[in-house]
Design a protein around this ligand. Structure first.
Ligand SMILES: Cc1cc2nc3c(=O)[nH]c(=O)nc-3n(C[C@H](O)[C@H](O)[C@H](O)COP(=O)(O)OP(=O)(O)OC[C@H]3O[C@@H](n4cnc5c(N)ncnc54)[C@H](O)[C@@H]3O)c2cc1C
Length: 321
């Protein structure tokens, strides 16, 4: 079992093992679930997936999670969540699940490390960023196209970058990029922003941030690295070429749930849950952005994770008689 500061265990199990509660995902939902389940002495096993800390770990600063009046780094918050869960006995393993079978009990999960049998399961696999699906996007990813300002912003010191999107993430990350880039231009397909009022005000007043409204990208151009984007005004149809060194895309997310198709009820790709995080399979719960297309926040995801763990605890108690 990992100690408080040891990070995830690199798992090397090859034979199947049987656990009481398996949590898939190490974002706010998964780690909050792990904390509650660990305190209920269920010794939960958490498979981190490839993104330790989840999407929250991608952002430089989280300013709306209570208890941190000065804000907290996204990766730091994930680390604190993990340490708190581990303190009570959660086992966090650097491992990814790739298939599940809920047709018989115990449930079966196949992960990179092997087969895991579990009496109850919490799905907290979150979401991944949407792509623009335009020519050049895949080819230039890592060469100037990015979905994470915290990860890649530093590479654009004194360079010109653009941000695509009009929601909270686009503005937060655009503001973050002003630390490095000489200019940040936000391209939005509408004429008004979806982001919260405080963020909008901060972005609209920032001297380094410019906005191009009613405009979409149609192609990303470059050879070894991004050089320009082709754009189109959705109202006038006018096409333009806009030189840039980097393209940061924040246009929403799609849930990481394809593995659960045919196993639990889903709606538009999201796992269907009731108020208590129950899926239609007793003993299988879902929390966070895998099951929530509406709130999509650290606090709401963590809250759903805690609720799922409380319900899983009751379920396992009932099973044990
Ligand atoms: C750039 C950015 C900035 C943001 N800023 C804020 C903010 O300031 N405030 C705020 O409240 N929210 C913010 N959010 C939203 C917040 O990060 C999410 O709402 C929250 O992280 C969702 O938590 P989650 O646990 O449901 O899923 P995620 O954070 O998406 O985590 C999913 C987890 O599941 C794992 N996983 C996926 N597939 C598998 C698999 N097959 N097997 C095992 N594990 C798997 C992943 O590795 C990951 O650990 C931001 C998001 C982004 C992208």
């Amino acid at each position: 079992m990992p100690g408080m500061n040891e990070g995830p265990v690199s798992s090397s199990y090859t034979e199947s093992r049987h656990v009481k509660l398996l949590v898939l995902g190490s974002g706010p939902a998964g780690l909050a679930a792990a904390l509650y389940a660990a305190r209920a002495e269920l010794a939960p096993v958490v498979l981190t997936g490839t993104e330790l800390g989840g999407q929250a770990a991608l952002t430089f600063s989280i300013e709306n999670y209570p208890g941190f009046p000065q804000g907290v780094g996204g990766a730091e918050l994930g680390d604190l969540f993990q340490k708190q869960a581990e303190r009570f006995g959660a086992q966090v393993e650097f491992d990814t699940a790739y298939s599940v079978d809920f047709s018989a009990r115990p449930f079966k999960v196949v992960a990179d490390s092997g087969k895991i049998l579990t009496d109850a399961l919490i799905i907290a696999t979150g979401a991944s960023p949407f792509h623009l699906n335009i020519p050049g996007e895949i080819e230039q990813t890592g060469k100037g196209v990015s979905y994470c300002a915290t990860c890649d912003g530093w590479f654009f010191k004194d360079k010109k970058v653009i941000v695509v999107g009009g929601g909270d993430s686009a503005l937060e990350e655009g503001l973050f990029l002003t630390r490095y880039a000489s200019s940040v231009t936000i391209f939005h397909r509408r004429d008004s922003l979806r982001a919260g009022a405080v963020l909008q005000k901060r972005a609209l007043e920032h001297p380094k941030l410019k906005f191009v409204w009613n405009t979409v990208l149609t192609e990303i151009i470059g050879n070894e690295k991004v050089e320009a984007v082709k754009t189109k005004n959705v109202q006038t149809g006018e096409e333009s070429l806009f030189p840039t060194d980097g393209v940061f895309i924040f246009i929403g997310h799609t849930p990481n749930t394809s593995m659960f198709e045919g196993q639990v009820e889903m709606e538009n790709g999201y796992i269907k849950v009731d108020d208590h995080m129950n899926t239609n399979v007793p003993g299988v719960y879902a929390a966070g952005e895998a099951a929530d297309s509406h709130f999509r926040q650290v606090i709401t995801s963590a809250g759903m994770g805690a609720a799922a763990a409380i319900e899983a605890t009751h379920f396992l108690e009932r099973q044990a008689g």
